[in-house]
Write a protein that binds this ligand. Structure first.
Ligand SMILES: Cc1cc2nc3c(=O)[nH]c(=O)nc-3n(C[C@H](O)[C@H](O)[C@H](O)COP(=O)(O)OP(=O)(O)OC[C@H]3O[C@@H](n4cnc5c(N)ncnc54)[C@H](O)[C@@H]3O)c2cc1C
Length: 240
C-alpha cells in the first residue's frame, strides 16, 4: 500500500450495489485514505510520508483510541443513494454531511415502492423502546400483508396521477404518496462522520432496512481505508 491513487485502483467507483428491492448505493467519488490520515496527523511534527509503514498503522490505531477524530475528516466520500423515504428520513438526521435530493416539486415521482420480503416481514415483541423483531412465519399472513402493501401503493399512484390530471401541482399531488416511495440523494460525508453513522446504523438497534444500506457503506469504507477501518473495529466501533 503506497499512494492514495493505488488504493483507488481497487475501488469500484460508479458501481451500483443493490439494496432492498429497488434501492442502491453507488460511490460517486472519494478522496483520501489511510495515507491522508497519517499525513494530517504528522503535519503537527512537520513530517509527511509517501508510504505507510508499521509505525503509521500504530499511529492510526492510537489516534482512534484517543479520540483524535479530526484526522479522519481527511477521507471523504460522495455516495449516490436510492432508498425509500422512511430510510432517507432517518438518514438525514445525520447532520454532519452534505445532501442533495431529487425534487418532487419539479419531477414527477416514479411509482417505485419498497415492499418487505421474507425475513423483513416482521412483528415486534416486548416493551416500547426495547422491541425484539421476529419474522412473521405464517405464509398466508405474509401473502395478505404483501397484498395490502400492493393495493395501497397502486391506489396512491392512481390518486397522485388523478390529482395531477385535475391540475394540482406536483408538489401538492405528491403528498398522497406513502413513505415507502423510493427517493434519490447524494450523501457527502467524511470518514469521521461516517463512523458515527455506522456506529448507530449498522447496529442491531437500527431499523433493518436502514442497516442494509449501512452494511454496504461499511464495506466501501473498509475498501477505501482498510487500516482506519480496522482501527474503528478494534476500538469497539466507537467513532472518534
Ligand atoms: C436506533 C435509533 C433510534 C432513533 N430514534 C429516534 C427517535 O425516536 N426520535 C428522534 O428524533 N431521533 C431518533 N434517532 C436519531 C438520533 O437521535 C440522531 O439524531 C441521529 O442518529 C443522528 O446522530 P448524530 O447527531 O450523532 O449525527 P450527526 O448529526 O451527523 O452528528 C455527528 C456528531 O456531531 C456532533 N454534533 C452534531 N450536531 C451537533 C450539535 N447541534 N451540537 C453539538 N454537537 C453536535 C455530535 O457529536 C454528533 O454525534 C434515532 C437514531 C437511532 C440510531
Amino acid at each position: 500500500l503506497t499512494k492514495i491513487d493505488e488504493y483507488h485502483q481497487f475501488i469500484s467507483i460508479n458501481k451500483n450495489y443493490e439494496v432492498l428491492d429497488d434501492g442502491f448505493v453507488r460511490l460517486d467519488n472519494s478522496m483520501g485514505g489511510d495515507l491522508s490520515v497519517v499525513n494530517h496527523a504528522r503535519i503537527s511534527l512537520d513530517v509527511q510520508k509517501e508510504k505507510i509503514d508499521e509505525s503509521d498503522k500504530k499511529l492510526i490505531r492510537y489516534l482512534m483510541k484517543q479520540g483524535h477524530g479530526s484526522v479522519y475528516e481527511s477521507i471523504w466520500f460522495s455516495f449516490h443513494i436510492r432508498a425509500p423515504i422512511f430510510v432517507a428520513r432517518q438518514w438525514m438526521r445525520h447532520r454532519i454531511a452534505g445532501y442533495n435530493e431529487i425534487s418532487g416539486r419539479y419531477v414527477e415521482m416514479k411509482d417505485k415502492f419498497y415492499t418487505p420480503k421474507d425475513e423483513f416481514v416482521r412483528t415486534q415483541i416486548g416493551k416500547r423502546g426495547d422491541y425484539q423483531f421476529e419474522e412473521i412465519a405464517d405464509r398466508a399472513d405474509r401473502e395478505t400483508i404483501d397484498y395490502i402493501y400492493k393495493i395501497h401503493y397502486d391506489n396512491s399512484v392512481k390518486a397522485y396521477q388523478h390529482l395531477m390530471e385535475l391540475g394540482v401541482a406536483k408538489e401538492l399531488a405528491r403528498i398522497v404518496l406513502p413513505l415507502a416511495l423510493y427517493t434519490e440523494f447524494f450523501f457527502d460525508v467524511n470518514a469521521r462522520s461516517l463512523m458515527n453513522f455506522l456506529m448507530q446504523r449498522n447496529h442491531p438497534h437500527a431499523q433493518a432496512e436502514m442497516r442494509e444500506y449501512a452494511k454496504v457503506l461499511e464495506n466501501i469504507f473498509a475498501e477505501i481505508a482498510p487500516i482506519t477501518y480496522n482501527a474503528f473495529i478494534e476500538n469497539g466501533r466507537v467513532a472518534p
